[in-house]
Design a protein around this ligand. Structure first.
Ligand code: GDP
Ligand code: IMO
Ligand code: MG
Length: 447
């Protein structure tokens, strides 16, 4: 038995959906623990593409239980559309469960998200506009609506009459927007409640029960380490805790139940929205990575900013999440390049900096120090073993493992499930701390 967290080690869209789906074959339960419909996780199986926003990426396995945990924020309209889409494709949602203590995204959250971004002008965050920040803000402000509130029609009417009137003042007076019709919103959400009722459970209890029955649990992160509210590039972050530590709070589980943490990172870097990005490529090379990697957001369709792999943030992700191993995705996107750069450290005001600076202002001033490696210039999409990879690709991966002092357990060479090389057992492999007793990176790659 092993309980494993899968997190994004960069700014999101690392391929968590693909890796979670892949690992779900040996999981009994897959849990989302934070974020909302800002997430877009793509899974490709036998040519069919699934795009998930809230439903855990284990849903394609009929006997795997999928839980949307209490740390998430749920937009019921989007969730219902996702349920409909899966059912249309013949995927059962029988084994889906929703935490009764997750918070609900309301229409005023979406409106306030969009209006406040507009008001920020040059200082905008570049949010997904899905109401995520305002939903978490209400949670902290203790004015949020939870799934269990949604299930109690009488209580919901009372609570929403007060809350919507309060939010209408903000919409009208602060943003010059028309007010919401209180009764219409109440009726709309009561309708969602009826559709979702059968899925609602005490998720913490359900997960605890699974742990006691020695089931394998996979915790699926959304967003990425650098988008974490506490540890990311604040204020250009999301409003939840995507880091591995968020899995305990977002599920109601103690840290002693977690066995391993796996980081997912692209073989280069992307970012959507505003905020510093030291290795960003503005010119032709950025366009090439974007085109070859089809770097357009799953949720908003926005073009992702592209750049070289940044080992400084990689090391930071290893530290902040206590990563045991990495899954490197989209290696195939680099197939045609003559040479590939990797950021090994930063230069700030003439000084070398090996660590991620906590101040965004300082981070903005970081210039990447690159090491250039030769490209391999042959397709890798059909490689299915370490030996089949070209020598330069092996060297590139070895170098990344060495820079981050963490083994690479999985290499992904295409969107499909089968376009993957497993280098060591990501779920039952040895703990990194044990492997690194002498401080050197120990992995299959450096063996
Ligand atoms: P997530 O948010 O971390 O789940 O990632 P997204 O699904 O938003 O973005 C990753 C994109 O890359 C998706 O379109 C995947 O189908 C695709 N993808 C995943 N792994 C690979 C890979 O190894 N190679 C290529 N070319 N595409 C991949
Ligand atoms: P997945 O799970 C990439 C980014 C937004 C914006 C910032 C805040 O698919 O990796 P928000 O709407 O959360 O308030 O926006 O976070 N962002 C993501 N970027 N992948 C995601 O999710 C993201 N979710 C939010 O672009 O910069
Ligand atoms: Mg995504």
């Amino acid at each position: 038995m092993a309980n494993v967290i899968v997190i994004g080690a960069q700014w999101g869209d690392e391929g968590k959906g693909k890796i979670t789906d892949l690992l779900s074959r040996s999981a009994d339960v897959v849990v989302r623990y934070q974020g909302g419909v800002n997430a877009g996780h793509t899974i490709v199986v036998k040519g069919q593409t699934f795009k998930l926003h809230l439903i855990p990426s284990g849903i394609l396995y009929s006997d795997t239980e999928c839980i949307i945990g209490s740390g998430t924020v749920i937009d019921p309209k989007v969730l219902i559309a996702e349920l409909d889409q899966l059912e249309e494709l013949g995927i059962s949602t029988e084994n889906l469960y929703i935490s009764e203590t997750a918070h609900v995204t309301m229409p005023y959250h979406r409106l306030i998200d969009l209006a406040s971004e507009e008001r920020r002008g040059n200082h905008k965050i570049g949010t997904t506009g899905r109401g995520i920040g305002p939903t978490y803000a209400d949670k902290s402000e203790r004015t949020g609506i939870r799934i269990l509130d949604l299930m109690d029609a009488e209580g919901l009417r009372e609570q929403l009459e007060w809350t919507i009137n309060y939010k209408n003042v903000i919409l009208e007076k602060l943003y010059n927007l028309p007010p919401l019709n209180v009764q219409e919103v109440i009726e709309e959400y009561l309708g969602y409640a009826e559709r979702l009722r059968r899925y609602v459970v005490d998720a913490s209890l359900k997960i605890y029960d699974a742990i006691q029955r020695r089931r394998n649990i996979l915790f699926e992160g959304a967003q990425g380490t650098l988008l974490d509210l506490d540890h990311g590039t604040y204020p250009f972050v999301t409003s939840s805790n995507p880091v591995a530590g968020g899995a305990c709070v977002g599920t109601g589980l103690g840290p002693t139940a977690i066995d391993r943490a796996i980081g997912v990172a692209k073989a280069y870097t992307t970012r959507v929205g505003e905020g510093p990005f030291p290795t960003e490529l503005d010119g032709e090379m950025g366009e090439l990575l974007c085109a070859k990697g089809a770097e357009f957001g799953t949720t908003t369709g926005r073009k992702r900013r592209c750049g070289w792999f940044d080992a400084v943030i990689g090391r930071y992700a290893v530290r902040i999440n206590g990563l045991d191993c990495l899954a490197i995705t989209k290696l195939d996107v680099l197939d045609e390049l003559d040479e590939i750069k990797v950021c090994v450290a930063y230069e700030i005001n003439g000084e070398r900096c090996e660590h991620f600076p906590t101040s965004s202002r300082r981070f903005q001033q970081c210039h990447p120090i690159y090491k250039t490696l030769p490209g391999w210039k042959v397709p890798t999409t059909n490689c299915r073993s370490w030996e089949e990879l070209p020598k330069q690709a092996q060297d590139y991966l070895k170098y990344l493992a060495e820079l981050m002092a963490v083994p690479i357990a999985i290499v992904s060479l295409g969107a499909s499930r089968d376009q993957t090389i497993i280098l060591e057992d990501p779920i039952h492999g040895p703990k990194r701390a044990l492997l690194h007793a002498d401080g050197t990176p120990a992995s299959l790659l450096s063996a």
